[in-house]
Design a binder for this molecule. Structure first.
Ligand code: SAM
Length: 304
């Protein structure tokens, strides 16, 4: 059961979702038609297994997606393709800018600080739970893999006073920044989501940018979440996750509307369009909950 002040390491329920995302990226990395390369993702999986984590995605069935039930296969395909397209779409958003300060909120095992071609002076702030960031730093250090930007780990809970920690780490709120909130919002309670965007806004100088994957009201309905996790657990053939262990349900603000009302110009790209545009269209008979609804990108036009 989630509580307002719970915490976790990499093998905890919430922390291991970073490993699940790494699993998707490791699988993409070995495809000949991959939408990005992430040669580091597999190292996290190997390191976690060495430390006692049992990888529930290491089965033939998961990799070959040859489930008898077509709905399970469709879910596995659509949900992994969605995560892959999300990574690529956000990579492209970052590559299209010249932002010197990059803030990865809930960075998990995102390796953009290593794999994107940053230029001199770029700093990538990574915010996540201390146990998650420690695991990541130790794994990269063990392989002597150096980032291509200055990477600054900021161990925090995003429901706490993380702006103070970010500023103490050297973030300059008078200069523009780009913010990435990828695969984060369902892990925050509805009020926590509002506070997150209030804090981002108060730290964002004009010219700042933001990108986030968002889910509509239907996604957060408890019954639909339960059905989604049941389907997800069919892909691993065991109960790996449940709604109560990961997500906060309930009504929450519309992100694009909220940002538009607080000094940002916004663009909402439907996930289905992004996936089709990247050559990974979702199946027509897609089970509920496999995809986010939109990628919202925003540009800060006013201060305060
Ligand atoms: N953005 C990363 C990526 O795409 O690889 C990680 C996504 S993973 C699905 C979710 C991440 O959110 C985990 O690393 C988890 O630790 C982090 N997270 C969730 N709630 C958080 C909180 N309250 N404070 C800090 N990190 C949080």
């Amino acid at each position: 059961m989630r509580t307002d002040d719970d915490s976790w390491g990499i093998a905890g329920k919430v922390g291991s979702t970073a490993l699940a995302t790494a699993m998707v990226r490791a699988a993409e990395n070995v495809r000949s038609d991959g939408l990005f390369t992430d040669p580091f993702a597999q190292r996290f999986l190997d390191a976690a297994v060495t430390q006692g984590w049992r990888n529930p995605y290491a089965t033939e069935a998961w990799h070959r997606n040859d489930y008898e039930d077509p709905a399970t296969a469709a879910f596995r395909q659509a949900s992994t393709d969605c995560a892959v397209c999300r990574t690529r779409f956000i990579d492209d958003f970052l590559r299209a800018g010249t932002d010197r300060q990059v803030v990865l909120l809930a960075a998990g095992l995102d390796t953009r600080a290593w794999r994107l071609p940053w230029t001199e002076g770029n700093v990538v702030y990574e915010l996540d739970q201390p146990g998650v960031l420690d695991f990541k730093s130790e794994t990269m250090a063990a392989h002597a893999i150096r980032p291509s930007a200055r990477r600054c780990a900021v161990p925090v809970d995003l429901r706490d006073d993380w702006p103070a920690a970010l500023l103490a780490a050297g973030f300059d709120s008078t200069a523009p920044a780009v913010w990435v909130a990828e695969g984060l919002l369902p892990y925050l309670p509805p009020t926590g989501q509002d506070v997150l965007f209030e804090r981002i806004t108060s730290l964002s100088a004009p010219g700042s940018r933001l990108i986030v994957d968002v889910y509509g009201p239907e996604f957060y309905e408890p019954e639909r979440l339960r059905a989604m996790f049941a389907r997800m657990n069919q892909t691993t053939r065991e109960e790996v996750y449940s709604t109560e262990e990961l997500f906060f349900s309930g009504d929450r603000a519309d992100v694009a509307e909220w940002l538009a009302g607080h000094g940002w110009t916004t663009t909402a790209a439907p996930t289905l369009d992004v996936m089709a545009g990247l050559g990974r269209p979702a199946p027509d008979d897609m089970p509920a909950g496999a995809l986010s609804d939109f990628f919202v990108s925003a540009h800060r036009v006013a201060q305060g």
